[in-house]
Design a protein around this ligand. Structure first.
Ligand SMILES: Cc1cc2nc3c(=O)[nH]c(=O)nc-3n(C[C@H](O)[C@H](O)[C@H](O)COP(=O)(O)OP(=O)(O)OC[C@H]3O[C@@H](n4cnc5c(N)ncnc54)[C@H](O)[C@@H]3O)c2cc1C
Length: 435
């Protein structure tokens, strides 16, 4: 009788899950398996380019990667995972557009369900869910662009100067990599548009970053932080450090030191948390941050055939601390997970994960950036060019690379697209002055 191929079910086809699916077919692994990815989308978002997609220098669709094309030796079930039953080696799921709950058996299960934006409890900061924008999904990027276009139109139509400044005040909460990238690109997008609006001056547009830590970009060395802070300040971007926001309202925020700041858009980039759906799977042990508790081999504690990696997993790295939630980490973890699954299947010893951060690149907009790569620290145009070169090279697929490159070339010679796509209802959410 022909022996059945082991079935590997991967929950989440993002950076982590997608790359595991690919590496399971690497020649050097010598593993003949059936691989099924379960993801609610048929694409994954190439996050490093999401902010550019939201601020008009890239067509939004071009920062996505189709899973079937990327992991072409695997199968995809487009749906939502509902439960994990480790005793019977089964998961249940519903397919997209169908409420019927199906079961799927596995020999090995890989949990790679990513993360969500971390929202603080209402007692610490209220109004975030109702009034603030996220930068996590494709729809968020489109919503922020639509919102900015809408506000430019409204600001142009009003004769009230104070109201115009409020409408064009964008507050970004969280001054780490994502928040700084957002403010840098948004400032270019909004200020460059002002030449089309006769009643708006560049000075009417305000951008404020509010960061709880004593400095922005705490992940970078001090000299790069100073350079980035000065560069952003010279562009009229206000950086408030050592304070936070305790209330978000439709037309203002209240800071932790009780200052009322009029604004009309709050973008929340104050950290991430593992996917909360993990809490609905009692078979998975979770750590204090809500991530799947793993051995250094990526094997989930207490299980022989369940593995986790990427943003949703707490896997100790070489220094004993959990590896950070970054795409560069997830991609390299994926190769190690694929190797360990094959080794476990053959009864061979497993290898501990040993990936660490190679470098941090932060684009600041206006062709400038900062970079710390393996101890090499660069600022200015070179860092920005490196950022683009690195992520263009990492974008999977020749066709996708070409699309991104053409968008950038077109963007270099022409004005950004100021069309409102109107695909996200949040973009037109009520934002009149509250009482
Ligand atoms: C704006 C932004 C910019 C970033 N820039 C960088 C950068 O420059 N460099 C860097 O290294 N990292 C960057 N990151 C971090 C990086 O994107 C993440 O670390 C990486 O995506 C983690 O991969 P993952 O596979 O764990 O999660 P994801 O890539 O988010 O994949 C999770 C997958 O699970 C699926 N899923 C979730 N829930 C369910 C469910 N219930 N059922 C079915 N499917 C589900 C999702 O659809 C998704 O495809 C950035 C992140 C953001 C948000």
């Amino acid at each position: 009788m022909e022996k059945r191929r082991p079935r590997i079910v991967i929950l989440g086809g993002g950076f982590a899950g997608g790359y595991v699916a690919r590496h399971l077919f690497d020649r050097d692994i010598h593993f003949d398996a059936e691989v099924i990815i379960v993801d609610r989308n048929n694409y994954f978002v190439f996050y490093p380019l999401l902010v550019e997609a939201g601020t008009g220098s890239l067509e939004p669709r071009h920062c996505t990667v189709p899973i079937r094309e990327f992991a072409k030796d695997s199968d995809l079930l487009m749906g939502e995972v509902k439960s994990i039953d480790s005793a019977s080696n089964k998961i249940s799921l519903t397919l997209c557009g169908d409420d019927h709950v199906r079961e799927l058996e596995y020999d090995h299960l890989v949990v790679a369900l990513g993360s969500v934006t971390r929202v603080l409890p209402e007692s610490v900061c209220s109004g975030v869910t109702e009034h603030a924008f996220d930068v996590k999904y494709m729809s968020d990027a489109i919503a922020i662009r639509d919102r900015a276009v809408e506000l430019l139109e409204l600001a142009n139509a009003t004769d009230d100067e104070e109201e115009r400044r409020r409408l064009l005040h964008f507050i970004i909460v969280g001054g780490n990599v994502t928040g700084i990238e957002v403010v840098g690109e948004l400032e270019v997008f909004v200020r460059s548009a002002t030449s089309m609006y006769p009643n708006i001056r560049s000075e009417d547009c305000q951008f404020t970053v509010i960061e709880l830590a004593p400095k922005i970009l705490p992940i970078l060395p001090d000299n790069l932080i100073r350079w980035a802070s000065k560069t952003l300040a010279n562009r009229g971007i206000t950086l408030w450090t050592g304070k936070s926001v305790k209330e978000v309202h439709a037309d203002h925020v209240i800071t932790s030191d009780d200052e009322k700041v009029p604004c009309s858009t709050v973008i929340w980039t104050a950290g991430i948390a593992p996917n909360p759906i993990l809490k609905e799977f009692p078979d998975l042990p979770l750590n204090t941050h809500g991530g799947v508790d793993c051995e250094p081999t990526y094997r989930v504690k207490g299980h022989d055939n369940i593995w986790a990696l990427g943003d949703c997993a707490g896997v100790p790295g070489p220094d004993g601390k959990p590896m950070p939630p970054l795409a560069q980490i997830a991609i390299r973890q994926a190769k190690q997970v694929a190797n360990n699954i094959a080794a476990a299947h053959r009864g061979e010893p497993l290898t501990d994960g040993d990936v660490s951060v190679l470098g941090i690149l932060v684009p600041l907009g206006r062709h400038k950036g900062v970079m710390n790569f393996k101890g090499i620290k660069i600022e200015g145009f070179m860092a920005w060019a490196m950022w683009r070169a690195v992520y263009l090279s990492k974008m999977p697929g020749f066709g996708r690379k070409l699309r991104v490159l053409f968008d950038w070339i077109v963007n270099f010679f022409s004005r950004r697209d100021y069309v409102q796509l109107g695909m996200n209802p949040d973009a037109t959410r009520e934002f009149k002055r509250s009482q």
